[in-house]
Design a protein around this ligand. Structure first.
Ligand code: NAD
Length: 236
C-alpha cells in the first residue's frame, strides 16, 4: 500500500468538519495531521494537532487540505495550499467572484476541486435536469432548496449549480429557499406547463454523504498535476 494521504481539515469544529474527522479515522489510506478552526475542538482523534485558524502558517506538512468552512475563512486556506504546494478540496459555499477567480488562479499551481455538492445523487440529478431542460424548452423551471436554520447563504451553492445546468439546457430557472429545523439538504427542480408538471427531487438525510465524497476526492487528488478538477473526474 502507498503512504496514507496527509490531510488538514479546515473548519474542524463545524458540522461537516466533525463528520470528516470521524469518517477519515475509519480509513487506512488517509491520515488527518491537523484540524484547523477558530475555537479549539472539545476532542480530537489521537495524533491530530489543533491549529488555530488565525495561525495557519504553523500547519505541519500535509498533502491535501479539505475545507468546509465559511467564505470569510476560505482565503486563508487557499493561500496556505498555494504556499505549501498542497492540493485543496473545498465545499465551502457562498464564495464571491474574486474568491472564485483566486481559486482558478491557484489551480495553475496546485490541484484543486471545488464543488457545491459532493454527493453522487446530486451529480446524477444535475444530468437529469439538463436533459429535462433541453426537452422542455418553454416550460417554467423552478428550483426550491431547503436547509437547516443555521445555513447562511441562499440560494444554496447546489441550487445555483443545478440552475447553471438548467440554463445550459435552455431553461431560465427561478429560485426559492427555505430555512427550517435540521434539514440536511433538499433540492426540488420543477418543470411546469399548462396541465402537467415534472418534479425531480434529491433529499440528503445525512451529511456523511458529502464528507465521504470529499474524502474520496482528496485521496484521488493527491499526487495529481496542478489544475481545477471536477468531482466527476475523480470518481473511479
Ligand atoms: P458550520 O457552521 O457547522 O461550520 C463552519 C466552520 O467554519 C466551523 O468549524 C468554524 O470554526 C469555521 N470558521 C468560521 N469562520 C472561520 C474563520 N474566520 N476562520 C476559520 N474557520 C472559520 O458549517 P457546516 O454545516 O459544517 O458547513 C460548512 C460549509 O460547507 C458551508 O459553506 C456549507 O454550505 C458547506 N457545505 C458544503 C457541502 C458540499 O457538499 N459541498 C455539504 C455541506 C455543507
Amino acid at each position: 500500500m502507498t503512504d496514507p494521504t496527509r490531510l488538514l481539515i479546515h473548519g474542524a469544529t463545524g458540522r461537516m468538519g466533525q463528520a470528516l474527522l470521524r469518517l477519515a479515522a475509519e480509513r487506512d489510506d488517509l491520515r488527518v495531521v491537523a484540524a484547523a478552526s477558530r475555537r479549539e475542538p472539545e476532542a480530537l482523534p489521537a495524533g491530530v494537532q489543533w491549529l488555530p485558524a488565525s495561525d495557519l502558517d504553523r500547519a505541519p506538512a500535509f498533502d491535501v487540505a479539505i475545507d468546509f468552512s465559511l467564505p470569510e475563512a476560505f482565503d486563508g486556506v487557499l493561500a496556505l495550499c498555494a504556499a505549501r504546494g498542497a492540493a485543496l478540496v473545498s465545499g465551502t459555499t457562498g464564495l464571491d467572484e474574486a474568491q472564485r477567480a483566486a481559486l482558478d488562479a491557484t489551480a495553475g499551481h496546485v490541484p484543486v476541486v471545488w464543488a457545491a455538492n459532493f454527493s453522487l445523487g446530486v451529480a446524477v440529478l444535475a444530468d437529469l435536469v439538463e436533459r429535462a431542460a433541453r426537452a422542455l424548452r418553454d416550460w417554467d423551471c423552478d428550483i426550491v432548496e431547503s436547509h437547516h436554520v443555521h445555513k447562511k447563504d441562499a440560494p444554496s451553492g447546489t441550487a445555483l449549480a443545478l440552475g447553471a445546468r438548467a440554463e445550459a439546457g435552455g431553461a431560465s430557472p427561478r429560485f426559492a429557499s427555505l430555512r427550517a429545523g435540521d434539514i440536511v439538504g433538499e433540492h426540488l427542480v420543477q418543470f411546469a406547463t399548462a396541465g402537467e408538471r415534472i418534479e425531480l427531487v434529491h433529499r440528503a438525510t445525512s451529511r456523511d454523504i458529502f464528507a465521504r465524497g470529499a474524502l474520496h476526492v482528496a485521496r484521488r487528488l493527491h499526487g495529481r498535476a496542478p489544475g481545477a478538477y471536477r468531482v466527476a473526474d475523480l470518481l473511479d
